[in-house]
Design a protein around this ligand. Structure first.
Ligand code: MG
Ligand code: MG
Length: 255
């Protein structure tokens, strides 16, 4: 069942989104060659706790960390470790979620570690563009399929692959609520979009094809063909009129 949030509940989600936005900004600043993903995770956990919030990933179905850290051909759900030292030229996806006063926020970004190839830079930029193309379609009266169709159309125009096995999701009192928000699909299909629907839209875009596999750690997802992959996610709210509000990008104004 899709839950519709009222104004007071949206205010709570705005607070959670604003906090996560601030924390993601701080995490970006510490990403550099030689840093370990475990250190970034420890910093994220400290920032979340210091703000009086709860890291939603930690212990989620047994996940051992507060962020997912996924490098190069790792798509999502990478487990931060002391042994994972960031290398110049890699791309790193950080996914993080928190609960503030009972309400969830979820967001992810991919950045280069030091200097990266133009190809990797393009992949990151197009993945962000895919997010915004998808979210532009998330308007009152539209359909869930409109979002995925917009993401897929743009990604494939660049020759990239859209990961299909993992999707975005509704979010609110729980991290994962209905509906599922695929990054591919047919326009005009799926659940009707309504004001007060809150969604985590999160394209995962590969430089190669879309097939993925799970690693032996039971979490990390990689591309089968070894292509690098980027991920970009925000928590959004569908508006009565016009384009959605991006709760984890407070102050964002649509151009
Ligand atoms: Mg996420
Ligand atoms: Mg998510």
């Amino acid at each position: 069942m899709i839950s519709i949030k009222n104004d007071a509940q949206l205010d709570k989600m705005r607070d959670a989104g604003k906090l996560l936005h601030e924390i993601m900004g701080k995490l970006r600043e510490v990403i550099r060659p030689g840093e370990t993903t475990a250190a970034i995770d420890a910093y994220a956990e400290e920032l979340i706790h210091r703000a009086g919030a709860i890291p939603s990933f930690l212990n989620y179905r047994g996940f051992p960390a507060s962020i997912c850290a996924s490098v190069d051909d790792e798509v999502v759900h990478g487990i931060p470790t002391e042994g994972q030292v960031l290398q110049e030229g890699s791309i790193l996806s950080i996914d993080c979620g928190l609960i503030l006063d009972g309400w969830h926020a979820d967001s992810a970004f991919t950045v280069g570690v030091g200097v990266i190839s133009p190809q990797n830079q393009k992949l990151i930029e197009v993945t962000e563009e895919c997010f915004f193309a998808g979210v532009r379609a998330a308007i009152n009266g539209g359909r869930i399929g409109d979002i995925g169709h917009a993401v897929q159309t743009l990604a494939e125009a660049y020759g990239y692959g859209v990961i299909r096995d993992l999707t975005g999701h509704g979010i609110g009192r729980s991290m994962h609520e209905d509906p599922s928000v695929p990054n591919f699909g047919e326009p005009g299909r799926g659940a009707r979009l309504r004001p007060g629907m809150t969604l985590a839209v999160e394209p995962m875009i590969s430089m190669g094809n879309w097939q993925v596999k799970e690693m032996d750690d039971g979490w990390t997802i990689k591309t089968v063909d070894g292509s690098p992959c980027a991920h970009y996610e925000h928590t959004i709210a569908v508006n009565e009129d016009g384009l959605p509000e991006i709760l984890t990008l407070p102050g964002f104004i649509w151009a």
